[in-house]
Design a protein around this ligand. Structure first.
Ligand SMILES: [Zn+2]
Length: 179
């Protein structure tokens, strides 16, 4: 999944890390997109659902300048979710709304990426997750985002099943402990 994401997102390489956007790949293609985002009143309700999930994380994402946008990331269609680091925008695609469990996971995983970028500790993230075999920044951020999403209450993981020790580490980092 990481490889596919890297290839798909490679058109907009970020200056800081070379890892432009962190994306979740949807299994289905664009042809399967449900007509979820048509009505503007529906949109407001969907955004409210997304923001309520983000608020449940306990991270002050609004103050950190993070924004949500409904729809597929235009430059790289059909991921469940994408964190566009250059604009600090989290794209939530229609396929993320398949069920509440997936929506919660996608929102919190992408929010975890936004948190990661605010820390500016990319070397530490690699060091942290090297113990579990994630030795590049892209894979370390995906592994860490799955773990932090779990800490924030999401079920499961798309990139791996975050073990208890890694989850505890993610919780410690989120609390500001970098020792
Ligand atoms: Zn990700």
């Amino acid at each position: 999944m990481r490889l596919a994401a890297a290839v798909g997102a490679g058109v907009v390489v970020g200056a800081a890390t070379g890892w432009p956007v962190a994306a979740l790949i949807a299994g289905a293609g664009c042809w399967a997109v449900p007509k979820l985002f048509g009505d503007s009143r529906d949109q407001a309700g969907l955004i409210a659902r997304v923001e309520a999930i983000a608020d449940s994380s306990g991270w002050g994402w609004r103050a950190a300048g993070v924004r949500f946008s409904l729809g597929f990331y235009p430059a790289d269609c059909c991921h469940w979710g994408v964190y566009e680091s250059a604009k600090s925008v989290i794209w939530i695609g229609p396929t993320a709304f398949e069920d509440q469990t997936r929506l919660r996971y996608v929102v919190l995983h992408e929010l975890a990426h936004a948190w990661q970028y605010r820390q500016n500790r990319f070397a530490e993230f690699i060091t942290d997750y090297t113990a579990w075999g994630f030795t590049t920044i892209g894979s370390a951020l995906e592994a860490g985002a799955d773990c932090l999403a779990n800490v924030w209450g999401a079920a499961g993981g798309h990139y791996w099943t975050c073990p208890a020790a890694a989850r505890a580490l993610a919780a410690r980092r989120f609390s500001g402990d970098w020792r």
